[in-house]
Ligand binder design. Structure first.
Ligand code: CTP
Length: 138
């Protein structure tokens, strides 16, 4: 069975994250998650995560669908991570569509559709504006 690898920040874990991870896990028999470091997020998204790397790792590792998690320190090292974790399939959300096709010589590359209407960025702005999240909207 296939070994699956995916990457992300997974800050303020939400249903879009959980659905992505469950769908990724269902593509194989072993799911590894690269959780991006605080430093990587500051360079990638221009802000640090609300939860620290250690907290995000603990949350991701607690999910039944996740078999292994490691800290992703560099965006440029994806090829090394694919080899190191012996991934058969690299799974990314379709916000990254096409961006990882360069790794198709190392493994299968699959882009899964994002869940509409939710993101960490949206949660942060909702909380800071004190908006009520309507349950069932997602
Ligand atoms: N994801 C998803 N559906 C969403 C949000 C995220 O499927 N609504 C997926 C992303 O495509 C990615 C993984 O979850 O594969 C981790 O995404 P991450 O960037 O950590 O979460 P976002 O909510 O997109 O964070 P931000 O708003 O900070 O960009």
């Amino acid at each position: 069975m296939k070994r699956i690898l995916t990457f992300g920040t997974y800050d303020l874990l939400h249903v879009g994250h959980v659905r992505l991870l469950k769908r990724a896990a269902a593509l194989g028999s072993h799911l590894t998650v690269g959780v991006s470091s605080d430093e990587l997020n500051i360079s990638k998204k221009g802000r640090g995560p609300v939860y620290s790397t250690a907290e995000r790792m603990e949350i991701i590792r607690s999910l039944n669908c996740v078999d292994h998690a490691f800290v992703e320190h560099s965006l440029e090292a994806k090829g090394d991570y694919i080899r190191e974790h012996k991934a058969d399939v690299l799974v990314m959300g379709d916000d990254w569509e096409g961006r990882f096709d360069i790794f198709k010589d190392l493994c299968e590359v699959v882009y899964l559709p994002r869940t509409e209407g939710i993101s960490t960025t949206y949660l942060i702005s909702s909380i800071s504006e004190n908006k009520k999240l309507a349950v069932g909207d997602v």
